[in-house]
Design a binder for this molecule. Structure first.
Ligand code: ADP
Ligand code: MG
Length: 560
């Protein structure tokens, strides 16, 4: 019978196991503990030994340990079960000592130590439960004294020894429950630790894998036998001629030699081969079908014993990078030439003004029949001057001051000049302004120059009676300026060259008007676009995005 009692008292151990298995969703743990330990309390009472109406049992054990591990809620639940069952089974008044002792002596111990009990050291736990066990025995002793005095039963010596032995067994039982529970908990802690570490490891591996897959480098990993273990999409893309349309899955597990006919001849194959033979890092440049690659073979070693465990090949397509570098170099040279040209041109302007002045003087003093020659000389001087002026505006890519203003104000200011010009040519100008136009950050002088250039080009492309239409359109986030003519139109081949400096089809043109327009528009964060039909006419569309226009103005301010 006592063995059965011990077994029942040990049952809570299993509760801990299940408790820890369920420890991920922790919500129901206290309820579960109450149920399980509560049943143990009841079972403990159920298998009690009755000696002359005095019950011997171990039902304090599940109450104590369940409450210490489970906390205050579990203690409340278990003590309720404990009291209810004790009241039901009560044979005499000494039963109240069991209940009162539990509440007044054991209760405070549990309340004091349940917080963080699981984290305590084993020694501390042992000390706590052993002191609690002593308290239990004290309660039992009081209960027995009270029972003995009120009932005055006749106990044999044998029975008294059994009673003492039975009650002392409490120490062993509670110690055993603690030991078993602790070993369970330790095992579970190690397991969850292990899970945590393996999770972290998995995440790191995934990160690395994603990084390799997404990097703009072609990457191939092989093991020490030269079998491909990993190849990213970029590598397949770069090596598309060599892999012959094979997918990643088909390549993994194959020897890397399947990608090369002659390893010695092929750079990539050779790099991998060298890496597998212990060359730490070898890099070669390859130029192939108009592309330039930097390829590196890297030997991969086991950090612990320095053994070669594989190799990696990294291929980098630097064609675009190279092109950019060349482009930047070219631009720098051009800008240097431009700056020099600008300063020379500037110096030419002054002597030319002097020459023009004297030619004018000579013309006034010359006979009538030579006037025509002077006129030609002066016209050519004016043309040279116009070229110089346009060129200087283009070359001086200076920072300009912009202020918030309306395109309409600028248009209205310059229209008289355009009308006069059109009148001389016998042409008309139609102005169609949008109803309301948002303000933009504009430089007035430059905008006037832009409108003037576009309008003059239009007029120059039309015969007499031509109609030039200047139109503005307002959109929620942008403003458009359209300059349309019904002139000759532009041939397809010439369309692409319009914005090249010095491209002109006119005998007296400079070919600098449109390049200047383009640079003005760019400085204002705008875009230009041409639509032209030969024989019908041409429309130049300039579009200013408001956000880009403001950004450009802010950037110019910060540069200034
Ligand atoms: P320029 O006016 O001095 O020739 P531009 O840069 O202003 O230089 O124009 C370059 C060339 O683009 C012109 O010579 C002309 O052939 C063509 N072009 C420009 N605007 C028009 C237009 N509205 N209609 C037809 N051709 C045009
Ligand atoms: Mg022009």
């Amino acid at each position: 019978m006592m063995l059965l009692q011990v077994l029942v008292a040990l049952l809570p151990v299993f509760a801990f196991q299940v408790w820890y298995d369920y420890s991920k969703p922790r919500k129901n743990v206290p309820i579960y503990l109450i149920l399980f330990c509560g049943i143990c309390v009841l079972l403990g009472l159920g298998v009690c030994i009755d000696i002359h109406e005095f019950y011997l049992d171990y039902h304090y054990a599940p109450l104590l340990l369940g409450s210490l591990y489970g906390g205050i809620g579990v203690f409340l639940g278990l003590s309720t079960i404990f009291m209810a069952s004790d009241l039901l089974m009560m044979d005499g008044l000494w039963g109240w000592i069991d209940i009162g002792g539990m509440l007044l002596l054991l209760g405070p111990i549990i309340l004091k130590f349940h917080k963080g009990f699981i984290q305590f050291s084993f020694k501390r736990k042992l000390a706590i439960v052993m002191s609690a066990t002593s308290v239990i025995l004290l309660i039992r002793a009081c209960s027995f004294v009270f029972y003995y005095r009120s009932e005055q039963p006749v106990w044999s010596f044998h029975e008294v020894i059994y009673l003492i032995g039975h009650e002392l067994c409490y120490f062993v039982i509670i110690w055993m429950i603690l030991i078993f529970s602790e070993s369970f908990i330790r095992r579970q802690t190690i397991a969850s630790h292990y899970h945590g570490i393996s999770d972290k490891y998995r995440i790191e591996v995934q990160k690395l894998q994603q990084f390799i897959d997404e990097t703009p480098l072609g990457v191939i990993f092989v093991d020490q036998n030269g079998m491909i273990t990993h190849v990213n999409e970029m590598a397949i893309h770069l090596l598309r001629d060599k892999v012959g349309g094979k997918q990643r899955q088909e390549l993994v597990g194959q020897p890397f030699t399947i990608m090369y006919d002659h390893i010695e001849k092929d750079v990539l194959g050779r790099l991998l081969y060298q890496a597998l033979n212990g060359h730490r890092l070898t890099t070669e440049y390859v130029q192939e079908q108009g592309k330039i690659y930097v390829n590196s073979g890297i030997c991969v070693r086991d950090i612990q014993n320095d053994e070669i465990i594989g190799a990696a090949l990294i291929a980098h397509d630097i064609t675009e990078l190279n092109r950019l570098r060349d482009e930047i170099g070219r631009m720098e040279r051009l800008s240097l030439v431009g700056q020099m040209a600008a300063s020379i041109t500037h110096e030419i302007r002054n002597p030319m003004a002097v020459i023009r002045g004297f030619v004018q003087l000579m013309r006034e003093r010359s006979p009538e029949d030579q006037q025509e020659y002077y006129r030609i000389v002066m016209d050519e001087l004016d043309r040279a001057n116009a070229i110089i002026n346009d060129f200087l505006s283009l070359a001086q890519n200076r920072i300009i001051a912009k202020e918030s203003c309306s395109l309409h104000e600028i248009l209205n200011e310059i229209m008289p000049l355009l009308w006069a010009d059109a009148n001389l040519r016998g042409q008309t100008i139609e102005l169609r302004l949008a109803e309301k136009i948002p303000q933009l950050m504009l430089n007035e002088k430059e905008m006037k120059q832009l409108i003037l250039n576009l309008a003059r080009n239009g007029m120059e492309a039309m015969d007499q009676h031509g109609v030039l239409t200047i139109q503005t359109l307002a959109f929620p986030d942008s403003v458009e300026l359209r300059v349309n003519d019904n002139g000759s139109g532009i041939e397809k081949e010439k369309l692409e060259r319009l914005f090249e400096p010095f491209f002109t089809t006119k005998s007296r043109g400079t070919g600098l008007g449109l390049p200047l327009c383009l640079s003005i528009i760019e400085r204002h964060g705008g875009r230009i676009h041409v639509e032209s039909v030969e024989g019908v006419g041409t429309t130049f569309i300039v579009r200013f995005d408001r956000s880009r226009n403001y950004n450009e103005a802010a950037a110019a301010l910060s540069r200034a």
